[in-house]
Design a protein around this ligand. Structure first.
Ligand code: ASP
Ligand code: MG
Length: 415
């Protein structure tokens, strides 16, 4: 059994959906197909969620936009405007939610709304595939992917999910299942999500639970490249990576795969293929267990919108372990993920993704104990297998705030 994952871009239009049919037909195996929301639907639904939560009546304009986009794809797929009862029901449900009373928990409301992106995409694609004779079974992943109730970043209940998933994906009378990425549900059936871009992670979880032979993530790039082709003129495709290297790259911010994806696969030694939906014959990149070390070209990962906090204790004491642990407690509470840390005798610098909402409250808490300096709008550039030349090129003409080098990795925080 194989697990395939189609991301938003691979199902962003009727043509893209048709192309995915050709890819599926290349593989006669039993398959679970995990699909993201179509195109930029998740962003659009985030707007719906925010407007709903703030009581903004413009929420309906955002809702209509999401609906029009899906209607358009349906019309193109079926060749005429087609009312699909299953899809209509979903929009009614979403509409009712927006009309309803909201709770005080934004993260909860967000998940209840944003998950519709994946529910809609999978439903439309499943119906379309069945209509052209590509028989498949649609699965509501919330019946088997169980999580805790950390909304927007839910954690998997592994044992329970395994039991449930094995009951759902039996392959007794089906050889193709279609289900949602990114989405789960609590034990009491409240919808949860696994964090933005979490569909890769879903594919890896299901592969782990069902002991898949491999996972293929289909993307609009030929595989994992050594730099983002949108920003670097010369890129090279990396043919293979170890699990460990892939984890390093994705945690540094390489956008091709979600950082949580690798672990569930590594635990069961399941290979991960990153392949191009434009050239499905091409081998792409394979991530698997490797006994030998690879000699890789320098791999450049740029993360924008980074923030830097530098703390010095008010009383000029050295940064103590007690101070540091208090401070990490605070960061965890504000759900900030520290990506780089640098300590000197009297100050400590922390680099993290700039949060959407301000962090005034965090800063004033920190100011009780520390003198705080705060910068935003920085780029964190990581170079695995760096050479002095590459580092010089990347830092040329820029202000470097923090620089860290180990044997294999150089990281620069720059303006
Ligand atoms: N649709 C979700 C997102 O855009 C999950 C995913 O695409 O992986 O974040
Ligand atoms: Mg996506």
């Amino acid at each position: 059994m194989k697990v395939f994952k189609f991301g938003g871009a691979s199902v962003s239009s009727a043509d893209a959906v048709r192309n995915s049919v050709n890819i599926l037909k290349m593989y006669p195996d039993n398959k679970v197909l995990v699909i993201s929301a179509m195109g930029k639907t998740t962003n659009a639904l985030e707007i719906v969620a925010r407007r709903y939560f703030s009581g903004d009546t413009e929420v309906w304009a955002a809702f209509e936009e999401v609906k029009a986009y899906h209607d358009q794809i349906i019309t193109e797929l079926w060749g005429n405007p087609n009312e699909l009862p299953e899809v209509k029901k979903m929009f009614t449900e979403l509409g009712n939610r927006i009309k309803g009373e909201r709770s005080l928990n934004f993260d909860y409301e967000y998940d209840q709304i944003v998950a519709f992106g994946e529910l809609l995409s999978t439903q439309i694609i499943s119906l379309y595939f069945n209509s052209i004779g590509l028989k498949n079974q649609w699965v509501d992943v919330r019946t088997c992917l169980k999580t805790d109730d950390v909304f927007r970043e839910a954690n998997i209940e592994w044992e329970l999910s395994e039991r449930l998933a094995k009951r759902v994906f039996t392959f007794e009378s089906e050889d193709l299942y279609i289900t949602q990425g990114f989405v789960g549900a609590t034990l009491t059936n409240q919808t949860t999500t696994l964090g933005r871009e979490g569909s890769d992670y879903t594919a890896a979880i299901l592969a782990n639970l069902l002991d898949a032979e491999d996972v293929s993530i289909w993307k609009n790039v030929p595989g994992i490249l050594n730099a983002d082709p949108d920003f670097f003129a010369q890129t090279q495709k990396i043919g293979e990576l170890s699990y460990k290297e892939a984890i390093e790259l994705s945690y540094s911010g390489a956008k091709v795969i979600h950082p949580k994806t690798i672990k569930p696969l590594q635990n069961k030694n399941i290979p991960l293929l990153v392949k191009s939906f434009v050239d499905p014959q091409e081998p792409g990149t394979i991530i698997h267990s490797l006994a030998h070390r690879l000699d890789l070209v320098p791999v450049i990962i740029v993360k924008n919108n980074m923030a830097l906090i530098t703390l010095s204790p008010n009383d000029f004491s050295f940064i103590s372990i007690g101070n540091v642990s208090d401070m990490f407690g605070l960061f965890a509470r504000f759900r900030l993920k520290v990506g780089l840390l640098q300590q000197s005798a009297i100050d400590l610098s922390l680099v993290f993704d700039e949060p959407e909402q301000g962090i005034d409250e965090l800063i004033s808490k920190l100011q009780e104990k520390f003198e705080v300096k705060y910068n935003t709008g920085l780029d964190l550039v990581t170079v695995r297998y760096y050479t002095p030349e590459v580092v010089a090129q990347l830092t040329n003409g820029r202000t470097v705030y923090v620089e860290q080098k180990s044997r294999r990795t150089a990281r620069m925080l720059m303006k």
